[in-house]
Write a protein that binds this ligand. Structure first.
Ligand code: HEM
Length: 334
């Protein structure tokens, strides 16, 4: 890329993206963000990220298989539990802090809204307890940090692998938004190519390949198969997002999957990275906003490449999520 200026060494963007994604959940749950050098919330995030990582290691898997034995054994798997307890403790302190200056007429965040519901005395507030508040908040961090950060990492991988797509998105940004103001959600409707690229990244990235495990709540029949109540279910999202009968070039990165013959954005029923139905991702709308604003904001100001001669892989590491293999990125100011 001769026309852009290289600034700085290549680096692994993982931590930066995780901090950015978790900061958004911090804002939602605690009504405050933290500076990346602040040693409170990021530490909590680090503990979460470490616990999630350990769950995927051989130690975590051994614990899953033999909990009765492993709980007596020393090893890194014990850190999973101590980290979760630390995070819960942090959130519990936040709840106490919120109660001190709580104003039901002026809810600041998720914790305030939850406390309001708890205190409303309404008959359908059963289950709105303080311990559920702590665990639900933890859930928002667990579900909303790694997923979003992973989507952004895959975005860089795919943009680096397809510089022509990167250029075309930048050209749409320059036409619709320009360089003098940040992107806003209103711009989305005028940026069909960018929307198509983000969707195609999410399809190819296939971040949650076998979805979140669920249990059949009652006897049911699906596609001719009887599924008794209590059966554990993993719905295979990959099978839909790479379905040969749904996509023109299922294995290929092709933003055209989401564009019609006039270049307008086209929705596809088989696009299910957030799953579907009653248990669909709770954060889908938030995640879509985050992805659009991060993606456009980054490409408005920067171009991305990797080290000379390095071919980034689409293989990914598959645990609960499918994450890119570690890679380094060069950031060039535009
Ligand atoms: C790229 C980003 C994301 C992807 C790909 C993603 C994907 C998913 C998927 C596949 C599920 C399982 C749905 C099912 O069981 O059928 C899920 C559940 C969930 N997600 Fe997301 N998610 C993302 C971002 C977020 C964010 C930002 C939040 C935070 C607010 C969030 C909160 C949740 C929660 C709380 C659940 C559990 C819902 C339930 O049990 O009913 N997700 N997500």
């Amino acid at each position: 890329m001769p026309s852009v200026r290289r600034s700085g060494d290549p680096f692994d963007p993982k931590v930066l993206f995780k901090n950015a994604a978790s900061n958004i959940i911090c804002q939602l749950v605690f009504a405050r963000r933290s500076d990346y050098s602040d040693d409170t919330s990021p530490k909590v995030v680090q503990k979460l990220v470490e616990a999630l990582y350990l769950q995927r290691t051989v130690w975590g898997l051994l614990y899953e298989l033999f909990p009765g034995i492993m709980k007596h054994m020393p090893g890194p798997h014990n850190t999973i539990f101590s980290n979760y307890l630390d995070v819960e403790d942090f959130i519990r302190k936040e709840v106490e802090r919120h109660k001190e200056d709580f104003d039901p007429n002026n809810p600041r965040d998720y914790i305030d809204a939850y406390i309001t519901e708890m205190q409303s005395g309404s008959s359908d507030t059963e289950g709105f307890t303080e311990s559920n508040l702590v665990l639900n908040s933890l859930d928002l961090f667990l579900a909303g940090t790694e997923t979003t950060a992973t989507a952004l990492l895959w975005s860089l991988v795919l943009l680096i692998k397809h510089p022509e797509v990167q250029k075309k998105v930048q050209s749409e940004i320059d036409t619709v938004i320009g360089q003098s103001r940040p992107p806003s959600m209103v711009d989305k409707a005028n940026m069909p190519y960018t929307e198509a690229v983000i969707h195609e990244i999410m399809r190819i990235a296939d971040i949650v390949p076998i979805n979140v495990p669920r249990v059949a709540g009652r006897d049911t029949t699906l596609g001719g198969y009887f599924i008794p109540k209590g059966t554990p279910l993993w719905t295979n999202l990959s099978s839909v997002m790479f379905d040969k009968t749904e996509w023109e070039t299922p294995e290929e990165f092709n933003p055209g999957h989401f564009l019609d013959s006039e270049g307008k954005f086209r929705r596809r029923d088989a696009f299910l990275p957030f799953s579907a139905g009653k248990r669909v991702c709770l954060g889908e709308q938030l995640a879509r906003m985050e992805l659009f604003l991060f993606f456009v904001g980054l490409l408005q100001k920067f171009s991305f490449s990797t080290e000379e001669g390095v071919e980034l892989s689409l293989e990914g590491e598959v645990g609960a999520e499918r994450t890119p293999l570690p890679f380094k990125v060069f950031i060039h100011t535009r």
